[in-house]
Design a protein around this ligand. Structure first.
Ligand code: HEM
Length: 423
């Protein structure tokens, strides 16, 4: 292939402020009142956010904090849905809440299209990705995913206790997305660092944050060059050659979308698989029922997604406004809690319970509106296959040490240490 000079100059040669935008004072430490000082980075939230969200829904359904330079937290389904659908008043130009406001000029494309894009650009950037993630396309990944799950369990050998988050859940989406993007499968452990750097390092000083984000982009750029030298049938080559409005994509679009697929594809499914196994380990009745009736797994998967929805996204308020009783200022953050929406009793019967044969389940775990998850078929396949294989091979398991279970901090929530006794 002829040299593609889009990728030869450093297209990321921008100043720190251009990348990060305006900064706000960093406020950390214990929360005084969740209605007026919430922080999704506090250990109390990552350990168990649901009682906090239930309490807020009752007494202050749109909570506020001065942290992160000002942010709002809606906990009712109807408010979360209204914001997700209202792209006129709420921007996606950054969907990870932090102490930095990305520059307004980033809209409507943002750093990682289409998730960071606003209309009208969003529609076209999203359309590029859809063919790779149809149910049919995803079905082709299923045999390899199933075989990989078996190989992970083979690797447990004679151990009595395994870490289901570390030894099992994390590897499944890492392998699947590495295959789809055409990255070396052995690079998986590096992906974990990229995910943690991006999603959990949001209170870090700017230099450190930039350096960490650069590591991911250096890796992705190296993959682009490898694909330019050795084109192959995968998503990376597809993005390099894709066109919008008669031109090949801007290099920052190519790499930004690769970053999105890597991050969105890994942490999310890893969290959902882990949370489902955590639930089954502590709920023998559900575990026994699914082990004897695997046909129920797809329905149970929907309920695990509803009850333990791993993904919370952010929006930025476009202009000052009075919104449903809240005095929102331009550039205030919204922490768009799909998990809280999924447990709103006004929307779901028995909202706080896990009902693995729930019949009607129109949950919001994959988001609502134009940004609804492109990878939902893939995620459902990964989750279903991961549970089917685990339950067939290890029908009986319990929490080895409930106190040793840890959960990730930040906007993607799932178990990161999950010791299970498997014999
Ligand atoms: C259980 C696993 C997953 C969950 C719960 C989940 C959840 C979500 C949510 C809530 C959104 C909406 C974002 C917003 O409103 O700002 C979203 C968007 C997206 N997700 Fe997922 N996701 C999962 C897995 C995946 C996977 C495996 C991929 C692909 C590799 C993926 C790719 C995307 C993309 C590309 C978008 C952006 C869509 C757009 O902006 O139009 N996700 N996801």
């Amino acid at each position: 292939m002829a040299a593609d000079d889009r990728f030869t100059q450093d297209f990321r040669e921008t100043g720190e402020d251009e990348v990060l935008g305006t900064r706000s004072e960093i406020i950390t430490g214990p929360v005084s009142d969740w209605a007026t000082d919430f922080s999704h980075l506090e250990p109390e939230w990552s350990a168990d956010p649901y009682p906090i969200q239930d309490d807020l829904r009752q007494r202050c359904p749109i909570a506020h904090t001065r942290r992160f330079g000002g942010a709002w937290l809606p906990t009712r389904y109807k408010d979360v849905a209204a914001i997700a659908y209202d792209t006129e008043r709420f921007s996606s130009r950054s969907i990870i809440l932090s102490n930095f406001r990305p520059p307004r000029e980033l809209a409507p494309i943002g750093g990682s299209p289409p998730i960071s894009s606003d209309p009208p650009f969003h529609h076209d950037a999203r359309k590029l990705l859809l063919p790779a993630f149809t149910k049919k396309a995803v079905g082709k990944q299923e045999p390899a995913t199933r075989a990989f799950c078996h190989s992970l369990i083979d690797g447990f050998e004679e151990r009595d206790v395994v870490d289901a988050a570390y030894d099992y859940a994390q590897h499944i989406p890492m392998r699947v997305i590495a295959d789809m993007l055409g990255f070396p499968p052995e690079d998986g452990p590096q992906f974990r660092e990229f995910v943690e750097d991006l999603l959990e390092g949001i209170n870090l000083p700017p230099d450190e944050r930039i350096e960490r984000v650069s590591r991911l982009f250096d890796y992705l750029l190296a993959q682009v060059h490898d694909h330019l030298d050795n084109p192959r049938a995968d998503l990376t080559t597809y993005l390099i050659n894709a066109e919008l409005y008669g031109h090949r994509l801007d290099p920052s679009h190519v790499v930004g979308t690769m970053a999105l697929l890597l991050i969105a594809g890994i942490d999310t499914s890893w969290s959902a698989i882990g949370a489902s196994l955590w639930h089954l380990a502590k709920t023998p009745a559900d575990r026994g029922r699914l082990a004897t009736d695997p046909g129920l797994v797809p329905t149970a998967v929907e309920e695990f997604l509803r009850a333990y929805a791993p993904v919370t996204m952010a929006r930025l308020v476009k202009e000052d406004m009075h919104w449903h009783g809240a005095d929102m200022k331009a550039d205030d953050w919204i922490l768009l809690s799909f998990p809280a929406a999924n447990r709103d009793p006004a929307q779901f019967g028995r909202a706080g319970e896990v009902v693995i044969d729930r019949e009607v389940n129109r949950h919001a775990a994959f988001g609502l509106g134009i940004h609804r998850c492109v990878g939902s078929h893939l995620a459902r396949m990964e989750l279903r296959v991961a549970l089917e294989v685990w339950l067939a091979r290890i029908p009986e398991f319990t929490l080895a040490d409930p106190a040793a279970v840890t959960w990730s901090a930040g906007q993607i929530r799932g178990p990161r240490t999950l010791p299970l006794r498997i014999r």
